[in-house]
Design a protein around this ligand. Structure first.
Ligand SMILES: Cc1cc2nc3c(=O)[nH]c(=O)nc-3n(C[C@H](O)[C@H](O)[C@H](O)COP(=O)(O)O)c2cc1C
Length: 308
């Protein structure tokens, strides 16, 4: 049987599949329905310095080939996460990745420093799809804002690997990836949700309370494949920086596409909300695919799409 284990920025994962942030609670919720050993790692919901209620309903809706959400980073906040949620997550037999969000650079630094000092989080992921309340720019949609954020966060992570989760809502994803790598990212996660909107034509109201939200699921998969491919080809492969590819992975072949495009690991988000046990089928399908490709390990297929 081929080897599915992968090395993600120096951290060994038993397989390339990662539960995406915001879709498996604080980790132990997912473990109630799925043996965490079916996954290589689990990313927590994004944690902010203070607790957040999030946006009012509706904040998650179905749309063709996907879903829209504007949850608004509802979470228990840093203190309760460290006291209650992390100890439960750290007891599970899987790698836990701490996700960080914030309104200001100081917010990110405070959560990063606390995660770095905590036991049980070998990797953190910065969710940079948040607007900076100081200048209104979304950190991950403006190169200078991203550079300034990472310059402050990087030194706070002395013991922990830093993954930067990029926003697809930019015209030049390679430029954002390069900025993150130059600022010391140990890995890149892409993509976060795609900015989108839905309207109820009878009431004429937007279907999400916030109007605009983030599109995920099969509708975004081909965008993710293209972005992973471009980032791998133009900057990440040469820099030796691994990519976690995600966006609309529902089946093993979706995951395989992202691996061929250049992803070392593959996230699953919306799929877990539909069927939390779907990673088992994806993992088994990947193993058979690696074998059919005549490879002894999944790592041999990373970035191996044939030239167009
Ligand atoms: C309900 C929901 C909540 C999410 N919350 C977060 C979050 O807190 N932090 C984050 O970085 N991404 C969050 N995401 C984005 C996912 O982690 C993922 O990047 C995106 O959904 C694309 O993957 P998918 O198509 O497999 O869902 C959320 C997605 C959904 C659907």
């Amino acid at each position: 049987m081929p080897d599915l284990s992968v090395n993600l920025a120096g951290i060994g994962l038993r397989n390339p599949l990662i539960a995406a942030s915001g879709t498996s609670g604080y980790v132990d919720e997912l473990a109630d329905v799925l043996d965490p050993r079916a996954l290589g790692a689990i990313v927590t919901k994004s944690i902010t310095r203070e607790p957040r209620e999030g946006h009012p309903p509706w904040r998650m809706i179905d749309v063709p080939q996907g879903m829209l959400n504007a949850v608004g980073l509802a979470n228990v906040g840093l203190d309760r996460f460290l006291a209650e949620k992390l100890p439960a997550a750290a007891g599970l037999d899987t790698i836990v990745v701490g996700s960080i969000a914030g309104d200001t650079v100081d917010d990110y630094v405070a959560v990063a420093a606390a995660f770095d000092a905590a036991d049980g989080l070998p990797l953190v992921e910065l969710n940079v799809s948040c607007p900076n309340t100081d200048d209104g720019q979304v950190f991950g949609e403006d190169r200078e804002s991203l550079r300034r954020l990472l310059a402050e966060v990087r030194p706070a992570l002395a013991n922990t690997k830093m993954l930067v989760k990029l926003s697809p809502n930019v015209s030049d994803i390679v430029a954002m990836a390069k900025t993150a790598i130059d600022a010391g990212a140990d890995g890149l996660t892409l993509i976060n949700t795609v900015s989108a909107m839905a309207i109820d034509v009878e009431t004429r109201a937007t279907r999400l309370s916030r109007g605009v939200g983030g599109l995920s699921g099969p509708a975004v998969h081909s965008i993710a494949v293209r972005m992973v491919h471009e980032v791998y080809r133009h900057v990440a492969a040469e820099a030796g920086v691994p990519i976690i590819g995600l966006g609309g992975v529902m089946t093993w072949s979706d995951a395989a596409e992202l691996i061929l495009a250049g992803a070392t690991a593959v996230g699953m988000g919306t799929a877990l909300l539909i069927d939390p046990r779907s990673p088992i089928k994806v993992r088994n399908g990947l193993r058979q695919w690696v074998q059919r490709q005549g490879c002894s390990s999944v790592g041999e297929l990373v970035g191996r799409v044939a030239d167009a």
